[in-house]
Design a binder for this molecule. Structure first.
Ligand code: ATP
Ligand code: ZN
Length: 303
C-alpha cells in the first residue's frame, strides 16, 4: 500500500514517549484492545490488530503535531496543550485543534509557591517579583487578569530549586501532592490552572475509514473510563428495607433482586453503581440489615 493510502486509513495517535502520562496512556490503549509493540525506543508502533499507529514523542511536541496535521490524535496534559497553543500564536503558527475527550488521569495543578517562611496575603504580594516557571503564558494570563506585574524567569526543569538558588522570589510549577514543594522548603499559595489529560484531534475532517476507527476507539475509551469508576455491588438484604437500601447506593441503576432459597424475608440484590462506594455507606447498609456486601471492580462496559 502506498504511503498516501496508509495515511488515509490508519489513525495516527501521538503519545508521551516516557513520563507521567505514559503508563496510563499505554494501559488505556491496551484495555481498549489495541495491541502494539511495547518497546518505548520505537518512535512509531503499528498496532497489530487495528488500523492505528502510535507515535512516541516528548509531551511538549504533541499539540504541535496535531495542530500541524502530522497526527490525527494526541494525548497530552491540558497544561502543555494551552501553553503550547499560546506560544504558537506568538510564533504565528497554526493553533487549531478539537477536544475529543477528557481522560480521567494526569490530574495536577499549576500553582504558585513561595519560600515557606515568607508571609503571604494575596497575589498582589508578587508585584515586581521574579517568578520561575516552565509555563510563562499560563502564568502571565493568570496574573495579568489580576493586574499583577512581575518578571518571568524561564526554566524548563528544576523550577523548585530556583528560590533557594537565588534565581527567583517565587515559582509557578505543576503540583500533584505537594511533596516536592515541601521538600524544597516551599509552600503553595495560589492555584492558577487545573489540568488533566485529554485527547485532542486535528481541526479537519478525517477520511471516512479513519473516522470509523476513531469513533470505535472513542466508544471503547469511554467504556473503559466509566467501568473504572463503576462498581458491581452485591449483598443480601431484608426485603422490607429494599427501598432504603437502594436509595443509599450512589448512582445505582435498577437493582436485580434475586430470591434466596428457603428465606422469604431476605433477597440478594445486585446493582451497578456509577460511583465509588464509601466505607460509611457500607456501614449504613449493614445497619439496615444488609449482609455479605461485596464490591467488585468492573473491567469493561458497553451501554
Ligand atoms: P517530556 O520528557 O515528555 O517532555 P516532562 O518531563 O515534560 O516529559 P512529565 O513530568 O512526564 O513531563 O509530565 C507530563 C504531564 O503529566 C504533565 O505535563 C502534566 O500534565 C501531567 N502530570 C500529572 N501529574 C503530575 C505531577 N505530579 N507533576 C507533574 N506533572 C504531572
Ligand atoms: Zn515535557
Amino acid at each position: 500500500m502506498s504511503n498516501i493510502d496508509q495515511s488515509k486509513k490508519r489513525l495516527r495517535i501521538a503519545m508521551q514517549k516516557s513520563g507521567r502520562l505514559t503508563d496510563e496512556t499505554e494501559s488505556l490503549l491496551r484495555s481498549c484492545g489495541v495491541k502494539f509493540n511495547e518497546n518505548r525506543d520505537h518512535l512509531l508502533a503499528h498496532a497489530e490488530n487495528m488500523p492505528i499507529d502510535i507515535l512516541r514523542v516528548r509531551d511538549d511536541d504533541i499539540p504541535g503535531l496535531v495542530m500541524d496535521h502530522v497526527v490525527d490524535w494526541g494525548i497530552v496534559g491540558q497544561n502543555v496543550l494551552e501553553e503550547t497553543a499560546m506560544q504558537r500564536k506568538v510564533d504565528g503558527l497554526p493553533t487549531g485543534y478539537t477536544e475529543v475527550c477528557k481522560l480521567n488521569y494526569g490530574d495536577c495543578r499549576l500553582a504558585i509557591a513561595i519560600p515557606s517562611e515568607q508571609e503571604w496575603t494575596s497575589v498582589r504580594d508578587l508585584e515586581g517579583k521574579k517568578i520561575a516557571t516552565t509555563y510563562p503564558h499560563l502564568l502571565r494570563r493568570a496574573l495579568q487578569a489580576q493586574g499583577v506585574n512581575f518578571k518571568t524567569v524561564l526554566l524548563t526543569g528544576s523550577v523548585e530549586v530556583a528560590p533557594r538558588a537565588g534565581l527567583a522570589d517565587a515559582i509557578c510549577d505543576l503540583v500533584c501532592t505537594g511533596a516536592t514543594l515541601q521538600a524544597n522548603g516551599l509552600r503553595e499559595v495560589e492555584t492558577i490552572y487545573e489540568s488533566q489529560a485529554v485527547i485532542i484531534g486535528r481541526d479537519q475532517e478525517l477520511y471516512p475509514e479513519k473516522q470509523a476507527v476513531a469513533d470505535k476507539l472513542l466508544t471503547r475509551f469511554k467504556g473503559v473510563m466509566t467501568a473504572k469508576e463503576s462498581k458491581y455491588i452485591m449483598m443480601n438484604a431484608p426485603r422490607a428495607k429494599l427501598k432504603e437500601i437502594t436509595s443509599l447506593l450512589p448512582g445505582a441503576e435498577n437493582p436485580s433482586i434475586i430470591e434466596l432459597e428457603g428465606d422469604p424475608e431476605r433477597v440478594a440484590l445486585h446493582v451497578v453503581s456509577r460511583e465509588k462506594l464509601f466505607w460509611e455507606t457500607m456501614e449504613s447498609l449493614k445497619e439496615l440489615g444488609a449482609s455479605s456486601i461485596l464490591v467488585v471492580p468492573i473491567e469493561k462496559m458497553l451501554d
